[in-house]
Design a binder for this molecule. Structure first.
Ligand SMILES: [Zn+2]
Length: 185
């Protein structure tokens, strides 16, 4: 799935703060957005879906952080919980997408995301056929909606920008591998 989908899912989760702890909603949403983006930075460094994707281990930190935020709600504890929770959900939900490859629609690998404690890859379920697929764009738009409707200012702006970026990405997605290979050649 696209990084914008993961970021939007993080913000959607943090949107519950608008009711639960409105004074921390904006910081929580921004932290969740960052946490939703974080795992995919391993596209740039290390091995994608392995170096910064921890479908099990993020939860080991996220669940105590969540408990801490509930017991002692403050900007810092809420931000940490939202950040880790979004990274955990991102890493785990990547099993619902395609395999880790440049052209996921060719289905040459079933490796979705690396499960470190087991020392193996989780198998891609392909509910979302590839990142940037129409259903992926629909998910970005769907999960960005609470951020657009419930938040003023920067969160709303970032969610709208995310939908715009995702739309452009979805339109050019299948041409990207050729562009990458052309620039390497
Ligand atoms: Zn990912």
């Amino acid at each position: 799935m696209m990084v914008t989908t993961h970021a939007a899912v993080g913000v959607a989760l943090a949107s519950s703060l608008v009711v639960l702890a409105p004074e921390h909603a904006t910081v929580g949403a921004l932290a969740a957005l960052a946490g939703g983006v974080l795992p995919d930075l391993d596209l740039l460094v290390g091995a994608h879906r392995r170096t910064l994707h921890f479908p099990a281990l993020y939860w080991v930190a996220a669940l105590p952080a969540l408990a801490w935020a509930v017991v002692a709600p403050a900007a810092g504890s809420v931000a940490l919980a939202c950040f880790l929770l979004a990274a955990a959900v991102h890493s785990l939900s990547d099993v619902l997408g395609a395999g880790e490859e440049l052209r996921p629609w060719e289905r040459t690998t079933d490796r979705a995301v690396y499960l470190h404690p087991a020392g193996r890859w989780l198998v891609a379920r392909r509910w979302v056929r590839y990142d940037g697929a129409p259903e992926d764009l629909a998910l970005t738009a769907l999960f960005a909606t609470p951020g657009i409707l419930l938040f003023p200012g920067v969160v709303r702006y970032l969610c709208l920008s995310g939908v715009a970026v995702a739309t452009v990405y979805a339109l050019v997605r299948k041409r990207i591998p050729d562009l990458i290979e052309g620039s390497i050649r």
